[in-house]
Design a protein around this ligand. Structure first.
Ligand code: SAM
Ligand code: SF4
Length: 329
């Protein structure tokens, strides 16, 4: 699959549910309304849709959400997709908040998952509660170590938030180094209404990078995971630091991905509203597999050049109305 700007689309991110057992302040309002279950694709439908994408050239697939591990019976989908590794698919990964990992880490490894991203914004229990509203830090740490014990390579994702974790990155980098985890810092993006002012949360990573350089030797690395992160080798730890800077450094020119929601809507860009409905062709027996492939091909021709994110008090409304938990972070 190639888009109008010559970018090969080989990476699919799938939000398997928009529901979550946490309520991170930058992601959702506490009284978030979720999609009615009747609109959500079955796991079998998601499996078929992902299979078609793999047949069309997707090589890397990431399950995300909402929280992917709270979807009932999600491991059946993980196992089914895992069985495609080596026959089309090169890698199956997961982004999780870690709350269910003590239960699922070994099963994920058995299904062929080798790397996972775990979101952890702080190592301070009180700050963790403040950021996630409902989370328990110890539960997530137990999950992270269960993943490590199961042989999964763990990358810690932290959203950089003014007033929450801005003075903690030294400590987090040291902690990740100690345990062999890579750390990826993310700028907060204006996605969805959260009942708070995002200008108060936004912390540019250029500032964080400059501060970290005072204590760490950060060597620019060629490493890439096919994603938007720029990586540095941390000389003191042997681990990596990734920076995802959608707000201060646009990365769209090398974008290789599209995003599928749990209702079968395909977003060709995280930061734009244009989308294609794949649920209708998926469910229409008359259109069949050829109809589904044609709908996907047509959607790829609409992939835009890039996003138009801006966080500014004068632009109080989010760039796109849907939340990260819908499109899948
Ligand atoms: N629940 C899982 C988790 O938290 O890892 C997967 C879904 S979550 C939406 C994926 C990632 O998106 C998390 O790392 C989260 O911190 C990040 N995220 C959520 N809202 C965001 C926002 N407005 N800006 C930047 N990152 C955001
Ligand atoms: Fe849930 Fe992930 Fe959003 Fe936090 S960031 S509320 S864990 S979906």
């Amino acid at each position: 699959m190639m888009d109008p700007f010559g970018r090969h689309i080989s990476y699919l991110r799938v939000s398997v549910t928009d529901r979550c057992d946490l309520r991170c302040v930058y992601c959702m309002a506490e009284d978030m309304t979720f999609l009615p279950k009747s609109e959500v694709l079955t796991l079998e439908e998601l499996e078929r849709l992902c299979g078609t994408f793999i047949d069309l050239g997707v090589r890397k697939l990431r399950l995300t959400g909402g929280e992917p591990l709270v979807r009932k019976n999600v491991m059946s989908l993980v196992r089914a997709l895992g069985s495609r590794i080596g026959s089309g698919l090169e890698e199956l990964t997961l982004t999780t908040n870690g709350t269910q990992l003590t239960r699922y880490a070994e099963e994920l490894a058995r299904a062929g998952v080798r790397r996972i991203n775990v979101s952890l914004d702080t190592l301070d229990a009180a700050a963790f509660k403040a950021a996630t509203r409902w989370g328990e830090l110890d539960k997530v740490l137990d999950g992270i170590f269960a993943a490590k014990a199961a042989g999964l390579h763990v990358k810690i994702n932290a959203v950089a938030l003014k007033g929450l974790n801005e003075h903690e990155f030294d400590r987090m980098l040291a902690w990740c180094g100690e345990h062999g985890f890579d750390l990826c810092l993310i700028e907060t993006m204006p996605l969805g209404e959260i009942n708070e002012d995002r200008t108060d949360q936004f912390l540019p990573l250029s500032l964080v990078q400059a501060r970290l350089k005072q204590s760490w030797t950060l060597l620019e690395s060629n490493h890439t995971t096919g994603g938007p992160a720029r990586y540095f080798d941390v000389a003191e730890t042997g681990t990596r630091l990734g920076l995802i800077t959608p707000m201060t450094h646009n990365f769209c020119e090398s974008c290789n991905r599209v995003r599928l929601t749990c209702t079968g809507t395909l977003y060709m860009c995280l930061g734009q509203d244009d989308a294609a409905d794949l649920r209708m062709p998926l469910r229409d027996p008359e259109l069949g597999e050829a109809g589904l492939r044609a709908a996907i091909a047509e959607a790829i021709t609409r992939k835009p050049r890039g996003h138009d994110f801006i966080i500014d008090r004068r632009q109080a409304a989010p760039a796109v109305a849907r939340h990260m938990s819908v499109t899948g972070g």
